[in-house]
Design a protein around this ligand. Structure first.
Ligand SMILES: *Cc1c(COP(=O)(O)O)cnc(C)c1O
Length: 419
């Protein structure tokens, strides 16, 4: 191994805010090791750090739950990619949500879009309430916001854009303008697009939340979460809770997720390209009733995508209604050869699922259908395989599921997954 001649004199290569996304993804929070010159940071597994005298640690670390090198570096990278001053990492996206909700005083009120991630809905309705934090859900937040705000009580607005699984968009700026007139914070769950496609803080949000499990890690092998924001006051409150509640990710997971993040721009571009091709093929198919993809000009909120997403990109997620009802939706998911029938999203491998029977099975049918989650809805997470192979796979599965009804394999094995 040859070390650089003056490794310690090598100026830190921390990218400045003027660098573009790909440069930040690769370099933010990734300093060379000042002693060995290692280009990739080591995994620091030590839970505790030596002190030379009482209260005088050798370096900046004392105990790994409070902070450690791998988490710090990952958090720096997230802050850079979300155009934030601060970021915090948690053991899951759900732990991130829980910690933000825990920061609210008892008696606080929250307004949320109705179409939130199932686990977020569960936390809002079953856990937050026990801390006397009440949540009002609305399917049309841009219209209702002013009238749903309760003076002195409403502290937080919760937005997911695009929504899951119908890919509806919310104009963040419109909601934030009203919220800020009342001193209310706006949180945006940006999991479905990743910071490559959308930066909610640039559109007026105060906190951006991610399930890192999805696009940021991107390889379906880490469960983790993160949030980012600019306010120093928020940073004090949330980092206190991060340490006090202790729902923190391991050093190894931080290292893995940081490795994943370095290729986010490549993966997000490829996933968008694939999703666009699949959405177009689906829209042209006689076997499809409707396609939800924000990148299509036919999408009801395409104008918001053009305003809010990088280059009007649609991201890697889409959903569609298949002809032939729930049976056809299930058959489609069993007939794909490249797409795996599974929950989750945002990995390099393409996935399909039937939300009505899987991720959203816990919601009563009438409520689901109002939100557009019909039994014949199929959700697709596009990976980074070859576009032509993916389109061909979708078309052959459609043909078998709709035309060849009854002729295909139909066991029902594993279709009814957990919520
Ligand atoms: C998966 C997901 C979450 C929850 O994240 P976990 O890491 O599974 O706890 C939150 N929001 C959205 C939009 C998600 O897709």
């Amino acid at each position: 191994m040859t070390l650089p001649e003056h490794p310690i004199d090598t100026p830190p290569r921390a990218p400045s805010p003027v660098h573009r996304f790909g440069t930040l993804a690769v370099h933010a929070g990734s300093p060379h090791d000042p002693v060995t010159g290692a280009v990739i940071e080591p995994i620091s597994l030590s839970t505790t750090f030596a002190q030379t005298s009482v209260g005088k640690p050798v370096g900046e670390y004392e105990y790994s739950r409070s902070s450690n090198p791998n988490r710090d570096n990952f958090e720096r990278a997230i802050a850079a990619l979300e155009h934030a001053r601060h970021a915090l990492a948690f053991s899951s996206g759900s732990a991130t949500t829980a910690t933000i909700l825990q920061s609210l005083a008892s008696g606080s009120h929250v307004v949320s879009v109705s179409d939130v991630y199932g686990g977020t809905h569960r936390y809002f309705t079953k856990v937050a309430l026990t801390h006397n934090v009440k949540v009002t859900f609305t399917p049309s937040i841009e219209i209702d916001i002013a009238e749903l705000i309760r003076p002195n009580e409403t502290k937080l607005i919760w937005i997911e854009t695009p929504s899951n699984p119908t890919l509806s968009l919310v104009d963040i700026r419109n909601v934030a303008t009203v919220a800020h007139q009342h001193g209310i914070l706006v949180v945006v769950d940006n999991t479905f697009l990743s910071p490559y496609v959308q930066n909610p803080l640039d559109h007026g949000a105060d906190i951006v939340v991610h399930s890192v499990t999805k696009y940021i890690n991107g390889h379906s092998d880490v469960v983790m979460g993160a949030c980012a924001y600019n306010s120093d006051d928020l940073h004090q409150r949330l980092s206190f809770l991060q340490n006090a509640i202790g729902a923190v990710p391991s050093a190894f997971d931080c290292w893995l997720a940081h490795r994943g993040l370095k290729t986010l721009h490549l993966r997000a571009r490829e996933a968008t390209k694939n999703a666009t091709a699949i959405a177009q093929a689906l829209e042209a198919s006689p076997h499809v009733i409707a396609v939800n993809y924000p990148g299509l000009p036919s999408h009801r909120h395409h104008a918001i995508a053009l305003k809010q997403h990088r280059d009007g990109m649609g991201g890697g997620m889409l959903s569609f209604r298949i002809r032939g009802g729930h049976e056809a939706a299930e058959r489609f998911c069993q007939e794909t050869k490249i797409f795996t029938l599974a929950e989750s999203l945002g990995g390099v491998e393409s996935l399909v699922e039937v939300p009505g029977a899987m991720t959203h099975a816990g919601i009563p049918r009438e409520q689901r259908e109002i939100a557009g989650v019909f039994d014949d809805l199929v959700r697709v997470s596009c990976g980074v395989e070859d576009e032509r192979d993916l389109v061909a796979d979708v078309l052959q599965a459609l043909e078998k599921a709709v035309v060849g009804a009854g002729a295909g394999k139909k066991g029902g094995n594993g279709v009814n997954g957990t919520a």
